[in-house]
Design a protein around this ligand. Structure first.
Ligand code: ZN
Length: 943
């Protein structure tokens, strides 16, 4: 198959998915024209294993193969024959990324976590569905399209709504797929045939249904309320779209003159003098001695001459500023509330573009900031100014446009949120919905208890247009599921649809059920809803999660999911927020190009704990690329080891200590990982698998297996068997973390085992692919594992102790040394492992003596204590007696300090509260340290 132009475009999207062809994209493009897609199965699953794992060659091919094979689809599909409705599915609805989105590190975080959960449940054999989609992203998309049109010299006002929307849809068709392509590249095993868009036909129907139902219940109303106004975008924006920044500004002190007493005034301070034009009161605290007598009197608004009352309100802090507040109900949310309490008039002084309107008297027509300067200068002349001082302001800026947001009162559509919030609060309080981590439950309660009515109208064109028609004749409103042609009240055809669209969150609040077909009772909706887990960042718990819970309960009568998993934010290695200005942003596309998707995923997953921010560096990702390489090399070694093993065993297995140890440790690992997965501790699970694979299996078992394979016969056979079974299990456990390298390696492993080593197959046989292979079962321990593990740990400690001495004395790696070992009561263990000890610690087996006592202590011997074993290394000429004495003294000190610590611990309340086996373990440790200390004392001649 040759690469057509379409394929190249497709390639581009996979690799970079940029809107524009940057030079790096051109490079990829050039490279990829020569790329041929050949049969994946004959390639990644060949017997021959390439020397190194080439992620750039494998990732895309493997992903396409998974998708073509239909592995991302639920195994139990309600639209297909043989469906069993009694099987409980595991379902996640993806947090739909903005259709304008470009991949940043936030995407790989949620994609990795959700894909991990999906892959785990799929491997457990559950019908699993992950529904993908994207959000139409009102403001963001409208701005992108406006920008594109501006480049062509087109203004949206000139072409009108309909034409503009045509352009917007064309833009969506062209660029809307980029973000989902990038999400594919992260390995997301979504069912792409079920992909949805929040503005598609079905979802628009859902939005219409939801709006009309709320309206009919009286839960939607139109009226003047305080909202965030973006003068640049000329629309209301949500709190989430407002970012606060600390900026230097000025605090202006001035005089509110009393109307009836010549020369008396109340001192007031403001950071926004232009809002004086909208003042309708001055408020003081009712107990404030300074102003008590003035309550109820009138003051005069500077430059306008309007008289306004002095009111008493407990909201005013006496100690803050002058203790008197100017009240502008039209332009400050707190003042708005005070205004409501005191029935104050509400004056809007701003036009939509933030110039001063007719209420501003002689300042009408001025820009808000010009007005600020002008009114202050005029007040100075009029003798109304007290002073100015520098002040740090908390400035609300638009997340999109960057301009300063104005709080103002505007006529908008609102949802009466209280009845919805009460039900949503209850579902979490009753434990129907669990929030992980639990501490966010309190945050949720706090928000839901203090929730305000939700402003849902936006002055945009791109979005769900509000389904309300106004009648020019009878002035009534028509609110319908289908577009009406006449007024339902008077039958007049003179009706106009509301110009505004709905807040993007209105449609995303319906996502968990609208994406499955609601309001239609589709087979998908009936089977897959409610979904299982909603996974997202803690920053949108309120904006999104709470709205889905409210909407789910209101419209479907069911909770939309039973678990909310919240992840933290990604920060740089020093814990700083990543930002372009700090130049500390890690671009996931570059990381995937250079280090592979698995390395990125593994880093993000092991770095994660529910709800906590994580620090990420390129170095960390690099070291996890090395982990993938280590895995590959271990796989190569194991597949190579098969050549040393006979195809059949002659007898039943006789496990070596190392075999028994690795089997026992593997069983423990499977059990621990299962527990951690069930508690959403995915990061810790990943760390334990990593440690097991690297520090136990690769560092120890693989080394000892070399000796066992050399023995040939049954021992080689059972060693190869153990290697294959452990690697197979590790690959299964790792698959949800690093799906690509594990799938590739597993394919090779299977190919090499399934014909020649039939008994090496997992229970139930080799599956078609790792992605659909069975998750390892927790097998019960057979008993005696603890002892095997302890014995093997002793062997490890002996080898480590000798290695440490060798490195301290700079003995070259190939130089074999002599040793005398006093094994104490561990003679069986030590003699059984002599070969391993000699090989791994560099001991010359011909010069190794096992004794029960040392007898005459030879000169120039180094002694080591690995209780109960003592080791003597005759290293003539290498020893510095003083240094040796110092080393032993240090070891004794260390042992003694451990003894003191453990004795304290065992006498503390801990010993009474902790489980018996934990206490017993600590006691054992104490015994070992005491034995070590006593042996060291003998060697130092202290006893
Ligand atoms: Zn009418």
């Amino acid at each position: 198959m040759s690469a057509s132009t379409d394929n190249v475009v497709d390639e581009l999207r996979w690799y970079r998915g940029r809107n524009t062809l940057s030079s790096s994209v051109m490079r990829v493009c050039f490279f990829d024209i020569n790329y041929r897609l050949y049969d994946v199965e004959s390639d990644i699953m060949a017997k021959q294993l390439p020397k190194a794992y080439d992620f750039s060659k494998n990732e895309k091919k493997i992903y396409q193969w998974w998708e073509e094979k239909g592995f991302f689809k639920p195994k139990n599909d309600p639209n297909k024959p043989g469906f069993d409705k009694n099987k409980k599915p595991f379902v996640i609805a993806i947090p739909p990324p903005n259709v304008t989105g470009e991949l940043h590190l936030g995407h790989p975080v949620f994609v990795s976590l959700e894909d991990l959960m999906i892959r785990y449940h799929r491997m457990k054999g559950e019908p699993t569905l992950w529904i993908p989609g994207s959000d139409h992203a009102g403001i963001a998309t409208q701005l992108q399209v406006e920008k594109m049109l501006a480049e062509q010299g087109i203004n949206r006002a000139d072409i009108g709504r309909e034409k503009f929307l045509e352009h917007a849809w064309l833009w969506k068709e062209k660029y809307g797929g980029i973000i989902t392509q990038q999400i594919r590249r992260l390995g997301a095993s979504c069912d792409w045939d079920r992909e949805r868009f929040t503005l598609d036909e079905g979802l628009s129907k859902a939005v219409r249904e939801a709006f009309v139902r709320l309206y009919e219940k009286g839960l939607i109303y139109r009226g003047p309320r305080m909202i965030n106004w973006s003068p640049g975008l000329k629309t209301a924006v949500s709190d989430l779209e407002v970012e606060y920044s600390q900026e230097p500004g000025t605090l202006y002190y001035f005089k509110y003159m009393l109307s009836d007493s010549e020369g008396s005034f109340i001192p007031v301070a403001t950071t926004r003098p232009e809002t004086i034009l909208g003042d309708t009161a001055v408020a003081v605290h009712p107990e404030d001695e300074r102003y008590k007598d003035l309550i109820g009197k009138k003051v005069v608004v500077p430059m306008l001459g309007r008289e306004i009352p002095v009111v008493a309100d407990e909201y005013v802090e006496q100690e803050f500023g002058t203790g008197a507040l100017k009240i502008t109900p039209g332009h400050d949310p707190h003042d708005y509330e005070i205004g409501e309490r005191h029935n104050l008039p509400l004056i809007n002084i701003l036009n939509k573009d933030a110039t001063i309107n007719e209420n501003g008297g002689l300042y009408q027509g001025l820009d808000r900031f010009e007005c600020r300067q002008k009114i202050w200068a005029d007040m100075k002349q009029a003798g109304l100014v007290i002073k100015e001082e520098p002040y740090i302001l908390n400035v609300p800026r638009s997340q999109r446009g960057g301009e300063i947001i104005e709080p103002l009162v505007s006529t908008q559509w609102f949802v009466s949120i209280k009845p919805l919030a009460d039900a949503a609060l209850k579902s979490v309080k009753d434990g129907e919905i669990r929030i992980v981590p639990e501490r966010f439950t309190k945050v949720y309660y706090n928000w839901m208890e203090n929730i305000r009515d939700w402003c849902i109208s936006r002055q945009l064109w791109w979005g769900h247009r509000i389904p309300v028609w106004y009648c020019d004749d009878c002035r009534e409103m028509t609110v319908e599921r289908e577009d009406p042609s006449v007024c339902v009240h008077c039958g007049s055809a003179n009706i106009r649809q509301d110009e505004d669209v709905l807040d993007t969150w209105f449609s995303s609040g319906l996502w968990p059920f609208s994406c499955l077909g609601w309001p239609d009772e589709t087979a998908d909706y009936q089977y897959f809803y409610p979904t299982s887990v909603l996974e997202t960042g803690y920053d949108i718990l309120f904006f999104w999660v709470s709205r889905m819970i409210m909407d789910g309960l209101e419209f479907t009568g069911k909770i939309p999911f039973d678990t909310v998993y919240l992840h933290g934010m990604v920060r740089d290695e020093n814990g700083q927020k990543m930002s372009k200005t700090k130049d500390n942003v890690i671009d996931p596309l570059i990381v995937m190009d250079e280090l592979g998707t698995d390395a990125l995923r593994f880093t993000l997953l092991v770095g994660s704990t529910p709800g906590n921010d994580m620090n990420i560096s390129v170095q960390k990702i690099e070291s996890n690329r090395n982990f993938a390489n280590k895995l590959w090399n271990a796989g190569r070694f194991i597949i190579g080891a098969l050549e040393k093993a006979p195809a059949q065993a002659a007898q039943a297995p006789q496990w070596s200590l190392a075999d028994s140890w690795i089997w026992a440790r593997m069983k423990q690992l499977v059990g621990a990982v299962e527990q951690l997965f069930q508690n959403y501790q995915f990061g810790e699970a990943g760390r334990q698998i990593y440690e097991f694979f690297w520090s136990e299996f690769a560092d120890w078992y693989l080394e000892i297996s070399k000796i066992q394979l050399e023995a040939g016969g049954d021992q080689a056979y059972y060693t190869a068997y153990t290697l294959v079974r452990v690697l197979d299990t590790v690959l299964r456990l790792l698959h949800p973390f690093t799906p690509f390298v594990t799938e590739a390696l597993w394919g090779h492993l299977k190919e090499n085992c399934q014909n020649d080593f039939k008994d090496f197959a997992p229970q139930g046989g080799w599956e078609e692919a790792l992605i659909v292979a069975r998750w390892p079962d927790e097998s019960s321990l057979e008993g005696g594992e603890e002892e095997k593990i302890a014995d093997f740990n002793l062997v490890q400690d002996i080898i480590r102790a000798i290695r440490n001495i060798r490195s301290e004395y700079k003995v070259g790696p190939n130089k074999k040394i002599a040793a005398i070992v006093l094994p104490g009561d561990k003679k069986d263990v030590v003699t059984g492992q002599l070969e391993a000890i000699c090989s791994l610690a560099g001991i010359d087996s011909a010069k190794l003596e096992i004794k029960s006592t040392l007898g005459q202590q030879a000169e120039e011997m180094i002694s080591l204590v690995v209780a109960p074993v003592e080791i003597y290394l005759p290293m003539a000429g290498l020893i510095n007696k003083e240094a040796e004495l110092e080393r032993l003294t240090k070891e004794l000190e260390e042992a003694e300090s451990q003894i003191t610590r453990l004795q304290k611990l065992l006498q503390s309340p801990f010993a009474k509260k902790a489980p018996a086996e934990v206490v017993a373990k600590e006691r054992e440790k104490l015994d070992v340290y005491e034995e070590t200390a006593s042996k060291l004392r003998i060697q130092l001649g202290k006893d």
